[in-house]
Structures are given as C-alpha cells and as structure tokens.
Design a protein. Structure first.
Length: 472
C-alpha cells in the first residue's frame, strides 16, 4: 500500500518505487561509476528544476564512502556549495530527538511506556489521562498520540520570538485516544524536546550536543542556534517557481526539536552510521542494540518506528524519512541488512520527491546495480488555480477506496474542497481544470473520473499514479 503524508516539517512518503530493488547477493560497487553517474544526473537535475544546490553523503557499513556538494548556496553571487555547507535538516532530525529519549530510558530516567504527564509537572497536557488512556513517550515518538496542537513559523526579520516549548503545552489537546491511529505530529516532537529538558535538567541543544553529536565526532557549535562561524557556511533558502529559484524567508520555528536544526549532510551521516551499526560510531556507542532495534521496529501496526519510517519490502528492510522547512528539503533512505544508505539535502523547499529519486539512484549504485537508466526530467509543471462554485464542488464529495484499508475522503466547506487519507491530515484541493485539482502543500494532483457526468473514482498523481474507486 502506498502512503502519502502531507506535512509542513517533512513529507514522509513511501511509494513502492522509491526503494532500491536489490538482491541479497553482495555486488562490488564501482566508485568511479558512482561519482560519474551521480555528478551527471545531479547536474542535470539542478539545471532542469532550478534547485540551487544539492549535497549528499553515501554510507556503506560504518563508513562514508563519498560526499559531495553541487550548485550554489547563494544564487545571485554564484557562491558554490561545498561539503562544509550547512542545511536545515527538517524532519530528519526527529530520529535524533527520539534517540535522546531512548538514551534517557537506558539511563533509567524514564520508561518509554510511561505517561508523559508524570514528567511535565505544571506543564502537563490535556490528554485523556482521566479516562485511563494517557499519552506515553512511545505514542509521541511513533505519531500515535491522538494529540493536536499549533505550530508557528516566524521569519527572522520580523523580530518576533517564537513561543517557548512550555507555552506550547497549554494549546495541545486530545483529538482521539492514543495508540489508535498514525497521525504525523510535529508538536509531539516539540513535547519530546521539552521532556528531554525536564528529565535531563539540560537545555535541548546542550543535551543533543553533549550526549549525541560529540560522541559521533560532530563538532557543531549550535545545531539549534547557529554560531556566527556557522552562519558563514549556511546555504541561503530558496523556493521554486516555474523551475526557477527565488529567495525564501529565513525562518524560525517554535517546534524546533521536530526539525529546525542546522547540520551538514556529512554530520547527519555520522548519526545514521550509528543507527545502522547497532548504535556505534568509530567505537563510540550512543545507544545499545536493544534500543536501536526497538526504534527501528514498526509501531502499532504502522510503517513508522520511533522517529523513522520503517519499510519491509521482500527480504529487505528499509529506513526512510524526508524533511522540509521553507527553503530546505532533505531525504534519507537506507537498507538495514546491507547497512547502505544515502542522506541528501537541498536549499529549496518542496523538493523531497526529487531528492528521494536521486537517493534511490545512489542506493542502486551502492548496490552495484549495472542496469541504471538516466533519470527522467524532474522539472515541475505549474498549475493555475481557477474558481469553482460550491454547487459544482458538491459532486466530488465522497469516499474513495485506494486499497482494502486505505481511503481518501473528499469533503467540502463552502467553495473549498478537501481530501483526507486514512490516518492523515486534511489537505486542500485547488481546481485547475474540469475535474482536475492540485495540492499546494506538496507537488501532487487529483483527477476525478466520470461516466455519464457521474463521478466514479479518482486518480492520485504523486511520484506515479494511484487509482481509487468511489464507494460512497
């Protein structure tokens, strides 16, 4: 089953074609061919899409076998990206936040099945504890909390401070009992960051730097609050319009533990190496193997572990996540058995699909795959919104079956049409033609199918197409 999650901090998608179809026979990868192929393909992608820069790190076992940067960190001044260029990680940092919680559990300072309100004190949230169904750490980290809450993006030059993690707790409420449904939850990771501070008696940044980054030989001076030296290495953020890059606002987020973090792809690769090698990086352990296995196990029957997407595809298990904040996108994918992976970043928002395609190509090359085809064009078609009356929109309302247990519900509020997939957030649909709609949050389209003027189904386009039949 395909899953599409429409998120601000990170589009986490699991299309079947996004993972490498390697066999279990060890094949020698051709290092020269990897460099040649990826350099040519990434250069083509930059030219076609307008993405200013792409930087990646390739992992094999306990080693980064290649890292490189392409394009520009400053388009106007034509400043080249380098391996030292720093990007916002977006939601890929959720795995690090979850790791910090697991470290505290190993130290006996919490149990991940403990109710979180027992640790929040005066900042306890409004969950369903009184009904006997409290939210636990496991619920938070696996996106099964049933909570809903706000988040805020503030352009730096507005000179306005984001709300604190403590202030966030007063606006979080319970939408449904925890453990019931997967619903991607950025504010849950804001709560996780606050809990790290409460339990460890350290600031979130100090804890992450001391307990995780330094043991991984990452000498970042400020992953949350970049130092003046780091700012000199920061990629500028951009957005894309008609396959051209335009400057984007530099922003801050109140939910920074969910993914408003600044590191290089090589630094993030150090962390992923530890995750692929039972918690060990260059002889230094950040977690024991039991905790690592638990994090990488799908929770509550979903395709998500504790901070990472978990995909089982035949004989191979994959870890995967994507990240996005305005001006930046990231993508990570790895094979658990072969311990091969790719982390990739770009200084353009909304480009996780592109990064995922490149990452999958890189993974195939790491596996020694010789049947490599050039990537198809990844340039995007722009859609112009048209207005449809409430009366016209009414005919699209209904329940559409995508798979036996996966549906998209189409609803209407006045002159706005909405879609909501099973276990996911509601998304807006904007018309651009007869029976044709597009999304603004991510690059995807929905076409409604009709027979004799009656709507009979829909086709969903995102990294391929998926058909759905109208059942209600």
């Amino acid at each position: 089953m395909k899953k599409y999650l429409f998120l601000l901090f990170g589009l986490f998608l699991i299309p079947n074609e996004s993972v490498s179809q390697s066999n279990q026979t060890e094949r020698r990868f051709d290092f020269k061919e990897i460099k040649k192929t990826l350099t040519a393909e990434i250069s083509k992608v930059l030219k076609e899409t307008g993405i200013p820069s792409i930087s990646l790190a390739l992992i094999k076992g306990d080693t980064i076998v290649w890292s490189e940067a392409f394009g520009y960190v400053n388009v106007k001044k034509q400043v080249p990206a380098t391996k030292a260029t720093i990007y916002n990680t977006g939601s890929n940092f959720k795995f690090v936040t979850a790791t910090a919680i697991m470290q505290l559990a190993e130290a006996g300072k919490l149990d991940i099945d403990d109710p979180i309100n027992g640790y929040l004190g005066e900042f306890a949230i409004n969950d369903l504890s009184s009904d006997g169904t409290p939210v636990t750490f496991r619920h938070l980290l696996s996106h099964h909390s049933g909570l809903k809450g706000p988040f805020e993006i503030i352009p730096i030059w507005e000179r306005k401070l984001p709300r604190t993690l403590e202030e966030l707790t007063f606006e979080i409420t319970s939408e449904e009992p925890p453990g019931k449904n997967f619903k991607y939850c950025n504010h849950c990771y804001g709560l996780a960051g606050l809990l790290i501070e409460k339990v460890s008696k350290m600031s979130y940044q100090d804890y992450i730097v001391k307990r995780i980054l330094k043991p991984l030989k990452i000498e970042s001076e400020g992953p949350v609050d970049p130092s003046p030296r780091m700012v000199e290495e920061l990629a500028l953020p951009y957005k894309l319009e008609n396959n051209k890059s335009l400057p984007e606002y530099q922003s801050r987020f109140d939910l920074f533990p969910a993914g408003d973090i600044y590191l290089t792809p090589t630094e993030m690769a150090h962390f992923y190496i530890a995750q692929l090698n039972q918690g060990v990086y260059e002889g230094q352990s950040i977690l024991n193997s039991t905790s690592i296995d638990e994090m990488q196990e799908a929770q509550f029957g979903s395709s998500y572990g504790l901070g990472i997407g978990v995909i089982n595809n035949g004989n191979e298990n994959y870890l995967q996540h994507a990240g996005e904040v305005p001006g930046f996108s990231t993508f990570f994918v790895s094979e658990k058995n072969s311990k091969r992976g790719v982390y990739i970043a770009a200084n353009a928002g909304g480009t996780h699909k592109v990064l995922g395609i490149i990452a999958n190509l890189a993974l195939k090359l790491l596996n020694g795959d010789k049947q490599i085809k050039p990537l198809a064009s990844l340039s995007k078609k722009e859609y112009k919104e048209i207005q449809l009356s409430a009366e016209v929109l009414k005919k699209y309302i209904g329940k559409y079956q995508i798979a036996p247990e996966f549906f998209i519900n189409i609803t209407q509020d006045g002159e706005q049409l909405y879609g909501q997939a099973t276990g996911q957030n509601k998304f807006e649909l904007f018309a651009y033609g007869k029976d044709k709609f597009f999304l603004k949050a991510v690059y995807a389209q929905v076409h409604f199918n009709a027979e004799n003027s009656n709507i009979t189904g829909l086709t969903f386009f995102q990294n391929g197409k998926t058909e759905g039949i109208k059942i209600e």
